[in-house]
Design a protein around this ligand. Structure first.
Ligand code: ATP
Length: 252
């Protein structure tokens, strides 16, 4: 579904990603892990067109994504979340989720503002209510972000990401800042959206128990390069991976 082929990214003299290749299969949950500075976020930025590689290709459903402008990536069925929450504090939860969907509107924007596109509005409302129900935030739709806990805000961000019905979502450290209970909830939500909405997931995450519980496949990066790839069991027993993570702990 999404193929990264021999991608190299340089920032001045620093090679942040080196000859990196990986394939994300349709319908799977694929995690990308590695120590700080390994190049994971840079690879996300390449997929979403924000960072241009010096060489390599990114192919999504047979098309070269590197030719697509970053603001048009969403039309291809790819959305992402960021390490820091990017919700609008002046919009309520319903409106925040809504903000993820307007991109898909093909009609006349003036018609939309005038409320003439009633069936479109109803479809959107039904969609938002369905997603809010799925993610357990239906009773929060009229609240504002500043009134809600961090765990709930994370769910709203996921709701906004899935409302445009993407084919794949890139999650950048979704469990960062969450407690164990909230992380477990996120785990359940990922399983739900992966199975019920058939959304493929690419996950960058430092929480190893989440990664091990949820992933069909794991790719490990270190210093910009892929050092291992396989199932959670294979990765947990891979000597090079263990070495990299032990080294990281020793340096911490
Ligand atoms: N815009 C940039 N300009 C210069 N260097 C950058 C830029 N973005 C990232 N880097 C460098 O590229 C390397 C890879 O960074 P990246 O953020 O992709 O790592 P990461 O694996 O996502 O790390 P983390 O887990 O800490 O988020 C690091 O050495 C980082 O300092």
């Amino acid at each position: 579904m999404l193929e990264i082929k021999n991608v190299t990214v340089k920032f001045g003299g620093l090679t942040a990603v080196k000859n990196m290749s990986m394939t994300i299969e349709k319908g799977k949950i694929h995690s990308l892990i590695g120590p700080n500075g390994a190049g994971k976020t840079t690879l996300f930025n390449v997929i979403t067109g924000v960072v241009k590689p010096v060489s390599g290709e990114v192919i999504f459903q047979g098309k070269n994504l590197l030719k697509v402008k970053p603001e048009e990536i969403i039309y291809k069925g790819i959305t992402r979340t960021f390490q820091n929450l990017q919700l609008f504090n002046f919009l309520n939860v319903y409106e925040n989720i809504y903000s993820g969907i307007v991109h898909n509107f093909n009609g006349d924007i003036i018609q939309l503002i005038n409320g003439k596109s009633k069936s479109f509005e109803k479809d959107i409302r039904d969609k938002i209510l369905g997603i809010a129900e799925l993610l357990g935030i239906k009773n929060r739709l009229s609240s504002y972000p500043t009134q809600l806990s961090y765990g709930i805000l994370k769910r709203i961000e996921i709701a906004r990401a899935i409302v445009s019905e993407p084919k794949i979502i890139l999650f950048d450290e979704p469990a960062a800042g969450l407690n164990t209970e909230e992380t477990n909830e996120i785990e359940d939500i990922f399983k739900l959206i992966n199975k019920k909405r058939e959304i493929t997931i690419l996950l960058v995450e430092h929480d190893m128990s989440l990664v091990m519980n949820i992933s069909d496949k794991i790719t490990v990066m270190s210093f910009g390069e892929k050092i291992a790839e396989g199932t959670p069991d294979e990765i947990a027993n891979n000597e090079e991976v263990i070495k990299v993570y032990l080294g990281e702990n020793e340096n911490a």
